[in-house]
Design a binder for this molecule. Structure first.
Ligand SMILES: O=C(O)CCC(=O)C(=O)O
Ligand SMILES: [Fe+2]
Length: 284
């Protein structure tokens, strides 16, 4: 949303520093109104300075946002979801993490790769303004499925929803990534940083991310594990297995990286889960 209103630099700096200091957009709007700005004008100014759509501000202006949902962590030795028995072969409590063997069958992994392959593009990340960007830290190719887009995607989404006790509509569309030798995903957190000016826009729909499931669709010949450097753990990329980890905003222990593939290739599917519904459930 671009405004043609002249915005005084001091006001711009004040909005940026106040939101970065952790004050909500609602609080900023209230302070502006208390000091004489009219409500519509202050909304336009805040949206322009934070580079977010006015509609995202509306979502923020809802009274008392409820604390969102959390996932249920699968317990060892085995969890059953939609008739499939999944082995919980490793548990960590900080960060909350489970290695899930046999989450997907070999056939499901192969079929998902085939469905994704024709649609691969250079993977993007979200910049501080909430826009998709090409990022040197992430050199893989990827694509997103729509929620429930194919029978297979729908089956996998339902299995994860049951396993983690979270409705399907809290999920972002399944992302498939393909890495070649040398490609990697450098250390990062999957939760969105509230101090970034784009935070309000990214979380306006669905709220914050609360958990990730990284599913390995093949076994690279060498390298390509998922590392959690804060705890010195590397999860091996093994076809059909997955690593699930859950986090709160600011949880630095959940730092992780897709290690460089040394030989062969690596295919993963990632499901990110939000604290509130992210999309209308598919009617397919
Ligand atoms: O490639 C990996 O092992 C990690 C992928 C990842 O961190 C993500 O998709 O958010
Ligand atoms: Fe990640």
């Amino acid at each position: 949303m671009k405004s043609h209103l002249p915005i005084r630099p001091e006001l711009r700096d004040w909005i940026l520093s106040t939101t970065r200091a952790g004050h909500s957009v609602d609080a900023v709007l209230k302070l502006m109104q208390d000091s004489g700005y009219d409500p519509r004008q202050s909304r336009t100014i805040v949206a322009t300075v934070l580079n977010m759509p006015i509609s995202a501000l509306d979502a923020h202006a809802q009274p008392a946002k409820s604390q969102g949902r959390r996932t249920r962590h699968p317990e060892p030795p085995q969890a059953i979801a939609e008739g499939r028995t999944i082995d919980v072969s490793l548990s960590v409590e900080s960060p909350v993490l489970r290695v899930l063997n046999n989450l997907l069958s070999q056939g499901e992994c192969e079929a998902l790769i085939l469905e994704a392959k024709p649609r691969l593009q250079r993977a993007m990340t979200v910049d501080s303004g909430g826009k998709q960007q090409v990022d040197a830290r992430r050199t893989s190719e990827g694509m997103f499925f729509g929620i429930g887009e194919t029978t297979l995607v729908k089956r996998i989404e339902q299995r994860i929803a049951t396993l983690l006790s979270i409705p399907v509509d809290h999920g972002e569309g399944l992302q498939v990534l393909h890495y070649l030798p040398g490609q990697q995903y450098e250390p990062h957190h999957d939760w969105f940083d509230p101090e970034q000016p784009g935070f309000a826009a990214i979380t306006a729909k669905g709220g914050q991310r609360i958990a990730s499931v990284v599913m390995y669709l093949n076994t690279p010949e060498a390298g390509g594990g998922t590392a959690f450097p804060e705890i010195g753990l590397t999860v091996t990329a093994l076809r059909g297995s997955a690593v699930y980890f859950a986090y709160d905003t600011g949880d630095t222990a959940s730092l992780h990286a897709g290690l460089p593939v040394l030989k062969g290739e690596k295919w993963i599917a990632t499901k990110w889960l939000r604290e509130r519904p992210f999309q209308a459930p598919s009617r397919k």
